[in-house]
Design a protein around this ligand. Sequence first.
Ligand code: PHE
Length: 457
Amino acid sequence: MNERPGTRNSFSGKIGFVLAAAGSAVGLGNIWRFPYLAAKYGGGAFLLVYIILALSFGYTMIVAETAIGRMTRKSPIGAFRAHGNQKHFRAGGWLNAIVPMLIMPYYSVIGGWVCKYLFEYLRGGAAGLAADDYFGTFISNGASTEMWFLVFAALVLLIIFSGVRNGVERVSKISMPILIVLALVIAVYSMTRPGAMEGVKYLVIPNFENFSWMTVVSAMGQMFYSLSIAMGILITYGSYMKDDISIEGAAERVELFDTSIAILAGLMIIPAVFAFSGGDPNALQAGPSLMFITIPKVFANMGITTLVGILFFALVLLAALTSAVSLAESVAATFEDELGWSRKRATLCITAIMVGLGTLSSLGYGPLANITIFGMAFLDFFDFLSNSVMMPIAALASCIYIVRAVKIERIVEEVERDGAPFKRKKMFCFMIKYVCPIFVVIILISSIANVLGWITM
Ligand code: PHE
């Protein structure tokens, strides 16, 4: 058995880990991205592919990352140095550590937009939000977006500063149950609108006309993003996990949580849009603007708009907050472990990264709109770079590191440390050795080809 590194800040128990990991997983990806992709790629067919991938590929990666974290008690860089310390493996650790640094600032900018919308609903400005071009005008107003970004960032930094148990764990424990209740309330409300059942059917009944290879590729990309895989987060959270907790059990719960919220989000949004648009699925193709443009219009049409708007955006805010916190926590752990910094110092440095990169993203549609990278505004560029390029490479690095350096048997040993046998061991070994690396390369190639315009997703 490998030696167990010493004391470390830890989650108080199983539920602490599960809620924190679920808090990281459930975010803007579930509420905004999932419904829109499901609508676009064949409804029930997308759902089916997504669930199969999550149970096989997603499961494998969650187990693998959590086990590496717990085994080494380190954040990504240290974890990738623990077995072998070869240069190319170290690079994998760095990638896993840098991805969250890049995502955290722009994710917080979107978090700021959510704060703004919640604030407007709270002060009774629902009609204004539903007006044409409200969103466009808002995001091009640099002063306003920057201010709301800083509000959201301050919340995240405060939680990080409080440490693992008082910060991440406490916030997740409070907000995750509230989030489920809110999601149920809104979904029931949305499904009971006249004409909404068509939307429910659209979401759950497979439509093979819309099914294509891209359904699989986009379901794969979505699964990655949604489960917060390959960003060093699960390695970091695994390092805070106690030995007697079942990694498999935790992975199952996180998946169940994440997928249920995604489906609930689909049930909140798609039926509402159907009811609003008189059954026209084209209204769903709104893509990125679905949540900020279409939804306020849909709510405005529904009668009790202010209350629903407040509930909806409060839910999105909680989801986005726990995800942003997980990103920042992973960065903080890297600074503490690698540079020996205190929590305070790590938080200060994170503040600098957050404000620096976040400001570029927040001003990118307004004052800095003429600066683009490969034709993308800053926010879109950071999103592309982290999710489409670096994340798949980081995941590939994890697979190779596990198979070549850590060795699969060590992972199995770690998973079985709680005393129970590894139930899906065979699947795990096959997936991590063969299927995951191939899938990851496919995502990488497809998403780059998509941005370069060779294929359309
Ligand atoms: N998984 C989160 C979501 O679904 C997004 C996220 C990405 C969170 C990266 C942390 C890290 O929105």
